[in-house]
Design a protein around this ligand. Sequence first.
Ligand code: THU
Length: 130
Amino acid sequence: MTRDKLKSAAVSMLEKAYCPYSHFPVGAALECEDGTVFTGCNVENAAYPAGICAERNAIFHAVAESRTRFRRIVIAGKSHDFCVPCGMCRQVMREFSPDLEIICLNGAGEEKTFTLDQLLPYGFGPEFLT
Ligand code: THU
């Protein structure tokens, strides 16, 4: 999938977000190493910690479909700031793809791209446990 199409897939997920508490929709589109794309949105809950971010939703969706190697992820928000992943999502990304490219969009559709190493330097990963 082209970069632009992956961006559009993430933006499309904004309308699926279930965010009645924060009113902060987030959409994500994850491209796996085999080219498959999985999408996700944030899903909140009346018991706040039970909710999940868009990125982890997409990643867990991919894992449930037997994909654990990822190339890039687009994260779309509607705010002025670029929608960067939270710490928990960075850690989940680290588990599967230390070389992941992370493309963050703001509400104007502008993008800022990061490596996971920039967002989570010295991250703890599975190799520490072997
Ligand atoms: N959120 C995401 O889905 N991804 C991010 O990168 C940042 C935050 C969600 C969690 C919550 O539903 C809402 O945005 C406000 O924090």
